[in-house]
Design a protein around this ligand. Structure first.
Ligand code: 5GP
Length: 207
């Protein structure tokens, strides 16, 4: 059975990355899709683990080769999801989590309509502002861009399947884990198991 694609989206500072890190610790058979980006690496980030940090030239080269399942310019930098990584893991039956922006999510909705779309939102816009300022990972100009873009991104919640408001991290993590588990329990995702049951019962009838 093919794995399930989960798209986690929401404005910068909503806490997607922290939520995903915790979810990966408590759910097995799920992998995080490491994107490529032209954004400069933050001090605590690791190349190949958080992102593949590449130049704009290399990024555009890869776009031409069709290596991205989706890509977008976000807050002035390029970000893209590697098609090969996602397809390989889905084929192996693993669930894959994408942490992407609204443009990317809308594009995946067209190419993978069966994906599950989760929107992570802050309790309010002023909370988001406070978080981005406190985080201190961006320069002032970048912070302003992110806050401006968040206004637009927050208008797209109703395009998604699930909404998770991240007020308390542990709570938000629990909700996302519940979504993953519930989606795995869907009858439509368990046709092989159902077939096996039917075959077994048929065998018993003959005895
Ligand atoms: P950050 O620079 O804070 O890590 O990410 C900025 C934004 O880019 C976030 O909203 C994040 O979800 C989004 N992003 C990260 N990787 C990708 C990607 O591969 N594609 C798209 N479209 N957005 C991405």
């Amino acid at each position: 059975m093919e794995g399930q694609l989960f798209v986690i989206c929401g404005p910068s500072g909503a806490g997607k990355t922290s939520i995903i890190k915790e979810v990966l610790k408590s759910v097995d058979n799920v992998v995080f899709s490491v994107s490529c980006t032209t954004r400069p690496k933050r001090p605590h980030e690791e190349d190949g683990k958080d992102y593949f940090f590449i130049t704009e030239e290399e990024f555009l080269n890869r776009v031409e080769k069709g290596e991205f399942l989706e890509w977008a310019r976000v807050h002035g930098y390029l970000y893209g999801t590697l098609r090969s990584f996602v397809e390989k893991h889905l084929e192996e039956g693993k669930d894959v989590i994408l942490d992407i922006d609204v443009q990317g999510a809308l594009s995946v909705k067209k190419s993978y309509p069966k994906a599950v779309f989760i929107y992570v939102a802050p309790p309010s816009y002023s909370d988001l502002k406070e978080r981005i300022l406190k985080r201190g990972t961006e320069k002032e100009a970048d912070i302003l861009v992110r806050l401006e873009n968040a206004k637009w991104e927050l208008m797209f919640m109703d395009e998604f399947d699930y909404l998770v408001i991240n007020k308390v991290l542990s709570d938000a993590v629990r909700r996302v884990v519940s979504i993953l588990i519930a989606e795995r329990a869907r009858v439509s995702r368990n046709s092989e198991k159902i077939e096996r049951f039917k075959m077994e019962v048929k065998g018993w009838r003959k005895l």
